[in-house]
Design a protein around this ligand. Structure first.
Ligand code: MF3
Ligand code: CO
Ligand code: CO
Length: 262
């Protein structure tokens, strides 16, 4: 499938959708504390999307996914199902991933949260995963390739002795939740042929593991965990290629571009 170039009108709608997705993540932040259930967090976000934003939670019923967000704790890599019986506890690291639809267009973003005091290695994993996202984003400009994006991410992860998940990737996004291209976070020669052009819109969402890169799908057919049950971290933004570089649609108000300290 070829990669769609969005019109200026579509870009404007995606700017709006992206901002709304970022707003959901900002809204939920003070609620992400020890003792709260992931089911309750999902309910707050669902109500906010539907009642305050008049957005559609894109994950709800998406290929049968049963919730309005994905909440992935510790060894859960992605697609964690919110659960009224699952409480966050001190020391957990948690990814919350939300996708909204507004006027037919999607905005998709996620971030890590730390509950109370987390182990230094857990904090470092979160930080490096965040840096991986930003290093990938900083490759984005006309005539760069998705190989450049993947290389920046993989190099930084491996330099820190972490690994990159291969089974799940970023994606083109627009009127469809997931469309071409697949945005891999590890290098493959074929990626050199995917040349970035202004008006392309996609996500970058590296999943970085503390141990081995292998993952396993649980029996619920959604929850993805690390095979070695060590920690995994993920951050995600939706962005477009501009004439000179990139524009991030899902930037939060508190967020500064991140550059790793070498
Ligand atoms: N938001 C996820 C992504 O970044 C997709 C979740 S699909 C679901 O692409 F069905 F698991 F919700
Ligand atoms: Co995504
Ligand atoms: Co997402």
């Amino acid at each position: 499938m070829s990669i769609k170039i969005k019109t200026e009108d579509e870009i404007q709608k995606m700017r709006v959708a992206g901002k709304l997705a970022a707003d959901v993540i900002e809204m939920i932040q003070p609620h992400v504390i020890a003792g709260v259930t992931t089911g309750h967090l999902n309910q707050i976000m669902h109500d906010y999307m539907v009642n305050e934003q008049q957005t559609i939670p894109a994950t709800l019923n998406y290929h049968g996914f049963p919730a309005s967000s994905c909440i992935s704790i510790n060894q859960v890599v992605c697609h964690g199902i919110p659960d009224d019986k699952k409480k966050l506890k001190n020391g957990d690291i948690v990814n919350i991933d939300v996708t909204v639809i507004k006027e037919g267009y999607h905005g998709d973003t996620s971030r890590m949260f730390e509950i109370g005091t987390v182990k230094p290695f857990a904090s470092r994993l979160n930080k490096v995963a965040h840096e991986c996202l930003w290093l990938g984003i900083q490759q984005v400009k006309p005539d760069a390739t998705l190989y450049d994006v993947a290389l920046a991410i993989q190099t930084h992860a491996e330099k820190n002795n972490f690994t990159v998940v291969k089974e799940y990737c970023g994606h083109g996004i627009g009127a469809d939740f997931h469309e071409a291209p697949q945005v891999l976070h590890y290098t493959q020669p074929e990626l050199k042929e995917i040349i970035l052009k202004p008006g392309m819109v996609f996500t970058i969402e590296p999943m970085i593991n503390l141990g081995k890169s292998d993952v396993k799908l649980l029996a619920d057919n959604w929850t993805v965990v690390t095979k070695d049950r060590k920690l995994s971290a993920q951050w995600e933004h939706t962005l477009t290629v501009t004439q000179t570089g990139f524009e991030i649609f899902t930037l939060r108000t508190d967020e500064q571009p991140v550059l790793p300290v070498h």
